[in-house]
Design a protein around this ligand. Structure first.
Ligand code: THG
Length: 918
C-alpha cells in the first residue's frame, strides 16, 4: 500500500521529530582519528567536533543514531547536516566536501527511514534536511568599531545554501528544515535558496522553519520579535514554523503560544532538555521534559514535537504516550491585512487609518541628509532617522539617488547601519530608488519585511513583471507608481487606468497578495501658476477613492510634500497644505503617506481665512486660488519672520534637565546616545579625581544597569551592542586624560594577553576589560576574537606575558577554554589565567578549567575586578596566597558538586549567566 504523505498525516495527528544529533554523537566518545578516518587524516586543523563530517567517515555511527530515534518512535529524522555549508565548514577547512556530505547524509537517512516505513507502512517515516543558520550573520556586524561591516553577504550565503539544499534534495529528503534561525536575513537567504533548489532539482518539498529566541523577551539574536519574523517570511510557501533550542520546554512555552496564535502554519517545537547549567550542560531528565512538553500537546499548541540540545532517544521515546489520541494544533487563519516589519511587526489594520512614512532620509529630499551622506557623517544621518521615528514615523523611507553618489553602496551602508540602531530598526524601511540595482542592493540588507519604492509599467510589462517577481522573492511589499509606457498618469482617468492594469498583472500573473500592493497615483505640485496643474490634488484624491473601492485589498500612498513645492521657503503654508490634502485624501481612503513626521500643523489649527484659501487650491475651487494663497502666504511669512517651521529640539532633551551627571551618563549608555558624552564627561572630569575613576565609577555602574535590564528582558541584544559602542566612545573621550594622568615614565604594571576563544565572536566584555586594565598601566596584547589555542600559547611565550585573559559569551566557549588551558599546561607555561564572559562561572572554572592547569585560574565576575586581581597575581607572594585561596574554594565547590558534578541552576541564575555580557 501507498504510505501517507507528511501533508496528509499532519492533519491526523501530532508528529514526532527526533532529538539532538550532537548529544548522541558525544556518547560515542569519538577521537580525532574517528572524525578524520583514513581519508582526511592529513587535512590541517582539528576535525573533532565536526559532527557532519561523520556522514563520510563514520556513517555507521550516524546510521545507528537514526535507528535509535526511529526505534523511539520518531516520525521525522533530521539529516546530520546542520553545519554542512561552505560558510560553516570554513572553520574546519572542509568547504570542498559540502555537497558530498549533504548527499551522503540525505541518502543515509533516506535508507534507514525507508527501511522502517516498509517494516510498518501504517507509520511512514520522513527525512528532514537539516539546514542550520551558519556561524555568521547577515544582519549584524562582528566588528564593534564598524557597524556597517558584514562578515557574510546575502549572495554569498544564498550560494552556499543552494549547494547544500540541492544535494539534500537529490539525496531524497522529504522536507527542508531551516532551523535555529537567529537572524531572519540568513533565513530569508535560506528560503530563497530552498525555492531555487526545488525549482532546479524539480523536487518540491514542504518547507519547515524553526526559530531560536535569544533573550527572555523572546527576540532573536538579531533583535526581531516572533511577530516580526512571521511578517519577514510571509512570502514563502511554509509548511510549519516553530521554535527550537533557546530554553527548556517550560521557558519556551509563552513564546510558542505567541507564535501559534499568529502563524498560519503547522507549529513545531523541539526544546532543549531544560536550561543549561553553569557548565553548559542540560540536565533535565526525560520524565521532566515530557511533563513540560505534555502541556504543549494538551493545550493544542503543536503539530510536531521533538528535542534539541541535551535530548536523546530516551526523551523522544516518552512522546508516544503524550500524543496518543491528542488533537493537533489548528493553524491560525491567513492574515487579512498587510504585515510589515522591522524588529517589530507593523500590521496595517483598518483601525490604523493612516501610516506615516518618514521622508527625511532622502538625499534628494533633504539638503542636510545629502550633505551628511556626502561627508560620510553617518552618525548624524542616523540621527535624522531616529528623530523621525521619535516624531512618530512608522516606516522610514531611504533614498540615495544622487548623481554623485554610488547609490547602491550608500543604500547598503546606511541600511546596515540602521540595522544596528534598535530605536530605528524597530520600524520597517521603505527602499526608495528609481534604479533597480539600488533597490536590489537594499533588499539584501534588511531582515524585516520592507517596502520597495517603487516599480512601474514605465518600461513596459516585461520589466514590470520581472521586478515584481523579484520583490516577491525577497519578501517585500511594493509601491507601484502610476506610470506606464505613455508616461506619468496625471489625470483621474489615467491614474485609475494604469493602477487597475498593474493590479491585474500583479495579482493574476505574479501572484502578489493584494494587501502587499500600494498604489501611488502621483502627488504633483499645485498652485504652480500653470493651469493644467490645478486639478492635480483633486485627481489624486478621487483616484485614491476609486482604487480603495475597486482594487480590493490594495493600499494608497503618496509623497505628500511634493504637493507644495511652489511654496518652498514657507514651511507653515506647506505644512498647512499637507494637512488639508491629507484630511481629504484620507477620507477617501489614502492610508499611507511619505511625509515629514516633524510637522506640527493640524487641520483644525489652521485659521479660517488661511484654510479657505488652501482648500480653494487643494480642491481646485476657483481659478484665482493660487494667487490668493500666494498673497496670504507672503503676508504670513512677513508676520512670522524667522520662526516658522523651526523644529524645537527641546522636547527631546528632557533627560538632560534637572539630572545629575551620573544619571545622564547612565541614560546615554542605556539609550546608546553618544551625542552629549563630550559635555557630560567633561563635567564628570571636574567632579571626579581622575579619568579612570569615571570609567570605574559611573560608567561601570551604567554598564551594570544595562546588564540588569538585559537580564530582565527590558533590553535586547542589538540595544546592548549600541551601549557597548557608546561605552567605547566614552572611553575614547577619556583616553587623552588617562594618558596625561599616567605618571611620567611610569613603568608597565605587567603584560596581559586577552582573547575571545575560538568559535566565539563576542568581544564587548573583553574590550572593556582591556580598557580598564590599560587604564591601570597594564600593557595589553589583544588577539581579538575567534583565537585558536595554538595562537594564544605561541603569543604568550613569544611576548613573555604575565597574565592570559580568556573571554567567551556562548556555551561552546566553555569547552574551548578548557582546551586552551590544557594546551597551556602541555606547553609547560606557568602564566595565571583569568576567565570571563557571559556563560562562564565560578563553578565551571572550578570543576572544569582549573583542574587541567597547575597555575592559578581565576574566574572574573565583572570587569572592575580585573585590575585588583591582576595586581595580586603580579606579586609572587600575593600570587601564592591567592592560589591557596582559589585551591581551597575550588576544592569545596568540587566537593559539593561531586555526585551530580553540577547542580541545576535556577532559571534566574541561568539567565544571568547567559545574559550578563560584561
Ligand atoms: N512617491 C513615492 N516616493 C517618493 C515620492 C513620491 N519619494 C520621494 C518623494 N516623492 C517623497 N519625499 C520627499 C522628501 C522631501 C521633500 C519632498 C518629498 C521636500 N524636501 C524639501 C524641499 O525640497 O523643499 C527639502 C528641504 C530641505 O532640504 O530640508 O519637500 O511622490 N512613492
Amino acid at each position: 500500500m501507498q504510505s501517507k504523505s507528511i501533508q496528509q498525516l499532519i492533519q491526523e495527528r501530532i508528529l514526532v521529530l527526533d532529538g539532538a544529533m550532537g548529544t548522541m554523537i558525544q556518547q560515542y566518545h569519538l577521537s580525532e582519528a574517528d572524525f578524520r578516518g583514513e581519508r582526511f587524516k592529513d587535512v590541517p586543523g582539528q576535525q573533532k567536533g565536526n559532527n557532519d563530517l561523520l556522514c563520510l567517515t563514520r556513517p555507521d555511527v550516524i546510521e545507528e543514531i537514526h535507528r535509535k530515534y526511529l526505534e523511539a518512535g520518531a516520525d521525522i529524522i533530521e539529516t546530520n547536516t546542520f553545519n554542512s555549508t561552505t560558510v560553516s565548514m570554513a572553520d574546519y577547512h572542509m568547504q570542498p566536501y559540502c555537497r558530498e556530505i549533504n548527499l551522503a547524509a540525505a541518502r543515509l537517512a533516506r535508507k534507514v527511514a525507508d527501511e522502517y516505513t516498509s517494516g510498518n507502512p501504517e507509520k511512514p517515516r520522513f527525512v528532514a534536511g537539516s539546514v542550520g543558520p551558519t556561524n555568521k550573520t547577515c544582519s549584524m556586524s562582528p566588528d564593534v568599531n564598524n557597524p556597517a561591516f558584514r562578515a557574510l553577504t546575502f549572495d554569498g550565503l544564498l550560494a552556499a545554501y543552494k549547494e547544500q539544499m540541492e544535494a539534500l534534495l537529490e539525496g531524497g529528503v522529504d522536507t527542508i528544515l531551516i532551523e535555529t534561525i537567529f537572524d531572519t536575513l540568513n533565513a530569508k537567504a535560506a528560503i530563497l535558496a530552498a525555492e531555487q533548489s526545488m525549482e532546479k532539482t524539480g523536487r518540491k518539498v514542504p518547507l519547515m522553519l524553526s526559530v531560536t529566541v535569544s533573550d527572555v523577551a523572546g527576540r532573536t539574536l538579531s533583535g526581531q520579535t516572533l511577530d516580526a519574523i512571521l511578517a519577514s517570511v510571509q512570502h514563502a510557501d511554509i509548511f510549519s514554523v516553530g521554535l527550537n533550542c533557546s530554553f527548556g520546554a517550560k521557558q519556551l512555552k509563552p513564546f510558542l503560544e505567541q507564535l501559534a496564535r499568529r502563524a498560519p502554519y503547522y507549529i513545531s517545537a523541539y526544546p532543549n532538555a531544560g536550561l543549561p547549567n553553569s557548565l553548559g550542560q542540560y540536565d533535565q531528565t526525560p520524565e521532566q521534559m515530557a511533563m513540560e512538553v505534555k502541556e504543549y500537546v494538551d493545550e493544542g499548541l503543536v503539530n510536531i514535537i521533538g528535542g534539541c540540545c541535551g535530548t536523546t532517544e530516551e526523551y523522544i521515546a516518552r512522546y508516544q504516550d503524550l500524543i496518543a489520541g491528542k488533537k493537533p494544533h489548528v493553524p491560525a487563519p491567513r492574515p487579512e491585512y498587510m504585515w510589515l516589519s522591522g524588529l517589530e511587526l507593523l500590521e496595517v489594520t483598518p483601525e490604523i487609518n493612516f501610516v506615516n512614512v518618514g521622508e527625511r532620509c532622502n538625499v534628494a529630499g533633504s539638503r542636510k541628509f545629502l550633505r551628511l551622506i556626502n561627508e560620510k557623517k553617518y552618525d548624524e544621518a542616523l540621527s535624522i532617522a531616529r528623530k523621525q521615528v521619535e516624531d512618530g514615523a512608522q516606516i522610514i523611507d531611504v533614498n540615495m539617488d544622487d548623481g554623485l553618489l554610488d547609490a547602491a553602496q550608500e543604500m547598503t551602508t546606511f541600511l546596515n547601519l540602521v540595522a544596528s540602531e534598535p530605536d530605528i530598526a524597530r520600524v520597517p524601511v521603505m527602499i526608495d530608488s528609481s534604479k533597480w540595482e539600488v533597490i536590489e542592493a537594499g533588499l539584501k540588507c534588511v531582515q524585516g519585511k520592507c517596502i520597495v519604492n517603487s516599480i512601474s509599467l514605465k518600461e513596459g510589462e516585461e520589466v514590470f513583471v520581472a521586478h515584481a517577481r523579484a520583490v516577491r522573492q525577497y519578501g517585500a511589499a511594493v509601491i507601484v507608481m502610476a506610470f506606464d509606457e505613455k508616461g506619468q498618469a496625471d489625470t483621474y482617468e489615467r491614474k485609475i487606468e494604469v493602477c487597475s492594469r498593474a493590479y491585474r498583472i500583479l495579482t493574476e500573473k505574479v501572484g502578489f497578495r493584494p494587501q502587499d500592493i500600494i498604489f501611488d497615483p502621483n502627488v504633483l505640485a499645485v498652485a504652480t501658476g500653470i493651469e493644467e496643474h490645478n486639478n492635480y490634488a483633486v485627481d489624486f484624491i478621487k483616484a485614491a477613492g476609486w482604487i480603495r473601492k475597486n482594487l480590493p485589498g490594495a493600499h494608497v500612498s503618496g509623497g505628500v510634500s511634493n504637493l507644495s513645492f511652489s511654496f518652498r521657503g514657507n514651511n507653515y503654508i506647506r505644512e498647512a497644505m499637507h494637512a488639508v490634502f491629507l484630511y481629504y485624501a484620507i477620507r477617501e481612503g489614502m492610508d499611507m503617506g511619505i511625509v515629514n513626521p516633524g510637522t506640527s500643523v493640524l487641520y483644525t489649527d489652521i485659521p479660517a481665512d488661511v484654510l479657505e484659501r488652501i482648500e480653494d487650491v487643494v480642491l481646485n475651487r476657483r481659478p484665482d486660488a493660487a494667487e490668493r494663497l500666494i498673497e496670504i502666504a507672503e503676508k504670513l511669512k512677513a508676520e512670522k519672520e524667522g520662526n516658522s517651521g523651526q523644529d524645537t529640539a527641546a522636547s527631546h532633551l528632557t533627560w538632560r534637565e534637572g539630572t545629575t551627571v551620573e544619571e545622564r551618563l547612565q541614560y546615554a549608555l542605556v539609550k546608546g546616545l553618544g551625542d552629549y558624552l563630550d559635555d557630560d564627561l567633561h563635567e564628570a572630569l571636574a567632579k571626579y579625581p581622575n579619568a579612570v575613576s569615571i570609567i570605574e565609577g559611573p560608567l561601570m555602574a551604567g554598564m551594570n544597569h544595562v546588564g540588569d535590564l538585559f537580564g530582565s528582558g527590558k533590553m535586547f541584544l542589538p540595544q546592548v551592542v549600541k551601549t557597548a559602542r557608546t561605552m567605547k566612545k566614552a572611553v575614547a573621550i577619556l583616553q587623552p586624560y588617562i594618558e596625561a594622568e599616567k605618571k611620567e615614565g611610569a613603568t608597565s604594571a605587567g603584560k596581559v594577553l586577552v582573547a575571545t576563544v575560538k568559535g566565539d565572536v563576542h568581544d564587548i566584555g573583553k574590550n572593556i576589560v582591556s580598557v580598564v586594565m590599560a587604564c591601570n598601566n597594564y600593557e595589553i596584547i589583544d588577539l581579538g576574537v575567534m583565537v585558536p589555542a595554538e595562537k594564544i600559547v605561541e603569543t604568550a611565550i613569544r611576548e613573555k606575558v604575565d597574565i592570559v585573559g580568556l573571554s567567551g559569551l556562548i556555551t561552546p566557549s566553555l569547552e574551548e577554554m578548557v582546551h586552551v588551558v590544557s594546551e597551556m599546561e602541555r606547553a609547560g607555561l606557568d602564566i595565571p589565567v583569568m576567565i570571563g564572559g557571559a556563560t562562564t562561572s565560578k563553578l565551571h572554572t572550578a570543576l572544569k578549567i582549573a583542574p587541567v592547569y597547575h597555575a592559578p585560574v581565576v574566574y572574573m565576575k565583572d570587569a572592575s575586578l580585573n585590575a585588583p586581581v591582576a595586581a595580586r597575581l603580579m606579586n609572587p607572594e600575593s600570587r601564592r596566597v591567592l592560589a591557596g585561596e582559589l585551591d581551597k574554594e575550588y576544592r569545596e565547590l568540587r566537593e559539593k558538586n561531586r555526585d551530580r558534578q553540577v547542580k541545576t541552576v535556577s532559571l534566574k541564575e541561568a539567565q544571568e549567566n547567559r545574559l550578563k555580557l560584561f
